[in-house]
Ligand binder design. Structure first.
Ligand SMILES: [Zn+2]
Length: 202
């Protein structure tokens, strides 16, 4: 019988924390660079567990059965919640639809979205993959976690990623947000040269 391993909750949590440390070290955004760990850690952990709400036996599935059961019936495990569109809906919800009076910190929201995305990437490491471009049926996978030792494999990858992230010197980070600003400014200038109007990307 062929054995198809799935990522465990522990694997997802470890993987998300490793991604968070990496995002902090690479200073992907100012929020990741200067964020409060007391906001970012709970955010990333929640994001890492949320996609599996489509499975009633998962941690969040057991806690919120009323939500989990209908999603599981409608979409099945590793369906809609494991797609880019679900992530984009959450992104828009966080920035457009969440009541401002909730006052959720930007670092918590970004960590939550990172955790969610880290879950999708981690699930791609198993042979079942994820329907990243749902509703297209194509499943995306880079199945490096196979066979009965997959649990050890997921721990190894998560720990390796965490160690690499911790060892990454912050002084030599790529300053992604600075570079992104430079690119946007460059495009803005180019557009203004070719189409001298009041429109601006910023
Ligand atoms: Zn999953």
């Amino acid at each position: 019988m062929v054995f198809y391993p799935l990522m465990t909750a522990e694997g997802h949590l470890l993987f998300s924390v490793a991604s968070l440390i990496m995002a902090h070290k690479l200073q992907i955004t100012p929020e990741f660079a200067q964020g409060d760990w007391l906001h970012m850690v709970p955010g990333v952990l929640l994001g890492a567990l949320l996609p599996d709400i489509d499975h009633p036996s998962s941690i969040l599935g057991r806690l919120f059965r009323v939500i989990s059961l209908p999603i599981s019936k409608l979409c099945g495990h590793r369906g809609f919640t494991h797609s880019l569109i679900a992530w984009l809906i959450l992104l828009i919800s966080c920035y457009q639809w969440l009541p401002t009076q909730w006052g959720l910190p930007a670092d918590l929201i970004q960590a939550f979205l990172l955790g969610y995305m880290s879950h999708l990437v981690a699930d791609m490491l198993t042979p079942s993959g994820v329907p990243f471009l749902w509703p297209l049926p194509t499943r995306f996978c880079f199945p490096i976690l196979r066979g009965k030792n997959s649990k050890r494999g997921e721990r190894f990858i998560s720990v390796l990623l965490t160690v690499c992230a911790v060892l990454l010197p912050i002084d030599h980070s790529m300053d992604f947000h600075v570079q992104l600003d430079n690119i946007v400014n460059y495009l803005n200038n180019k557009l203004n040269i070719h189409f001298p109007t009041n429109t601006s990307l910023l």
